[in-house]
Design a protein around this ligand. Structure first.
Ligand code: DAH
Length: 342
């Protein structure tokens, strides 16, 4: 058969098969079938031996031209497929950034933190600084320097966790008072938030671990009027401008005189309700004028300086703020409870 005819036939067959090719794999197979080592065009080239020497260059040229044409055809098809495949992959892998998704779980600030922030805000805006102290505390600071000597009956009021005779889990934040007075000269204006511990069973109003915020002011000419004004500002800031404070005589070893401080009932605003047992007042904190004995023990001249102190229960004021009836809700981490403070 004439080589020209052969070339035409191979070309025709290839064009036909090319139409049926459906992807890069099939295209590669076709390329091998025509141009590969055992391909039909290569076979034709091998058959050149039979061609007469005069015709050989001419035939060789024809075959080479055909190889170029075929290669161009196959390459073009390959580009087409590659383009299609890229489009298809882009479509398949596309991410719809507008697709609605479940929102990630976002936590809420704990109500005690919310209230603590407000309290600290209130006092720092009146010139107080925030000071912290250790939770594992020396008996010296927790009791002795606060005018509660060893074996004094006043210790019975606080069911303290003793680590040994001289080390306790602090039963109050008041030891930060002693620590500050011993290291800082007046004027002193501090609030000290923190965790405190007492050997109490857990119930709706008690917990072996709870939180207090201690306050201490020491300066020349500090009077009970300053104490009352400060606490009045605190009450109004936290619960509203119609809330008043009322002082009742009380006893704390580290203050003299001492006062239990009531606020206008935040639930009924003084009319009388179940929360205030009909009195219109609720007991909220302890306070008093710093006992001169405490000042002297802590190295402050009580003939020059005077001061006041107070201790606020953070759980108590948080529960009043949000109408929470059971202390345990503050510790259990129940999401249904916590989510309400978002
Ligand atoms: N530390 C007292 C307690 O835990 C509370 C307290 C009362 C603190 C009067 C004070 C204060 O600083 O002056 O019961």
């Amino acid at each position: 058969m004439d080589i020209r005819e052969n070339l035409n036939q191979i070309g025709e067959e290839m064009r036909q098969e090319l139409e049926g090719v459906d992807g890069l794999q099939a295209l590669d197979a076709l390329r091998v079938k025509v141009l590969g080592k055992k391909g039909s065009l290569t076979a034709l080239l091998r058959g050149m031996g039979q061609v007469s020497p005069e015709e050989r260059p001419r035939m060789g040229q024809l075959i080479n031209e055909a190889r170029e044409r075929f290669t161009a055809l196959l390459d073009e098809k390959q580009r087409e497929f590659a383009e299609k495949e890229k489009e298809w992959r882009l479509q398949k892998e596309a991410i719809d950034v507008t697709e609605p998704r479940d929102l990630p779980l976002i936590g809420a600030e704990h109500p005690m933190n919310l209230v603590l922030k407000e309290v600290l805000d209130c006092f720092t805006s009146m010139g107080f600084s925030v000071v912290e102290g250790p939770e594992i505390e020396l008996d010296l600071y927790n009791f002795e320097l606060l005018n509660v000597p060893k074996n004094h009956p006043a210790r019975d009021a606080q069911d303290t966790f003793y680590i040994d005779d001289n080390v306790v889990l602090r039963s109050q934040t008041s030891p930060v008072q002693a620590r500050t007075m011993l290291t800082q000269k007046p004027p002193i204006r501090i609030v000290c938030p923190g965790r405190v511990f007492r050997a109490d069973e857990m119930d709706a109003t008690h917990s072996p671990v709870f939180h207090q915020i201690e306050g201490l002011v020491i300066d020349r000419d500090v009077t009970m009027a300053d104490l009352k004004g400060t606490l009045d500002a605190f009450a109004k800031r936290l619960y509203g401008s119609d809330i008043d404070v009322r002082f009742r005589p009380s006893f704390f070893p580290f203050t003299e005189p001492s006062a239990e401080v009531d606020l206008t009932c935040v639930n009924c605003h003084g009319k009388g309700c179940r929360v205030c047992k009909g009195t219109g007042w609720i007991e909220v904190l302890g306070s008093g004028m710093v006992n001169p004995k405490v000042l002297e023990m802590c190295g402050i001249d009580s003939s020059v300086y005077s001061g006041f102190a107070f201790g606020i229960g953070l759980e108590r004021i948080t529960m009043l703020r949000y109408g929470i009836k059971d202390l345990r809700l503050l510790y259990e981490g129940d999401l249904r409870f916590l989510k309400q403070f978002r």
